[in-house]
Design a protein around this ligand. Sequence first.
Ligand SMILES: Nc1ncnc2c1ncn2[C@@H]1O[C@H](COP(=O)(O)OP(=O)(O)OP(=O)(O)O)[C@@H](O)[C@H]1O
Ligand SMILES: [Mg+2]
Length: 255
Amino acid sequence: MSGQVVAVINQKGGVGKTTTVVNLATALAASGRRVLVVDLDPQGNATTGFGLVKERGIKSSYGLLLNVVSPSEVIRNTYVDNLDIVPSTIDLSAAEVELFDQENREKKLREAFCNIDYDYVFIDCPPGFGLISINALNASSKIIIPLQCEFYALEGLAQLFKTVENVKSAINPSLIVAGIVLTMYDRRNSLSHMIADDVRSHFKTLVFNTVIPRNVRVSEAPSFGKPVLLYDMKSAGALAYIELAREFLARENEA
Ligand SMILES: Nc1ncnc2c1ncn2[C@@H]1O[C@H](COP(=O)(O)OP(=O)(O)OP(=O)(O)O)[C@@H](O)[C@H]1O
Ligand SMILES: [Mg+2]
């Protein structure tokens, strides 16, 4: 694998992981990078977010994770130029149990990625910390952590950083945190300001300057099977994800 593998992860549910994967990946593809999205959540939200049907039994990330199908069998084109996807279906929910007694159960995804060639692979992680997420961390060079601007945002982050440290010392020493991205920011809500300030004072430059606003167009787009960049390119949400992509690339060049 020649490019970067980036897991978008937060064990907390509903914080904007999938939305960030779909739209950051689309923005990078629009800038000419070759991007693969790997939907590693049995909910299959990234899959439907690109308008694909998540029928049970199709070749999906489930087979890839269990090393029973090759990447070329599961990678599908999307209508976004430069952007392919490994879809997910509910079949993936069995993977946690099926992996459990397998040898190298935490390294299966890394093995599956050996022969793929993209500039960026974005993994949409499920909520929680099961074997699926551990596989994602082991297969990645970087992680991005979406953080929703709400009261319990910081809860669980310590656990996430501890898990990252464990993965680094056990299997994947080069894993780094690329950044924390504040999502669903409501500038009219003083709590959003407070949370954002709090997160920045704790994590300093680890927090992306770009903030993703709460924006109704972002939440409507998936029901049309489209990234918000294609659904409403001029919406505040689309512009924010374009800016996030710019900042992400700028940080890549600094590193
Ligand atoms: N910037 C935003 N503005 C408005 N709604 C948003 C925004 N970002 C995400 N949402 C909505 O919030 C919900 C949760 O977002 P998303 O599915 O991306 O979170 P998630 O972390 O992937 O959730 P899960 O843990 O269930 O996988 C979705 O309905 C999504 O459309
Ligand atoms: Mg999700």
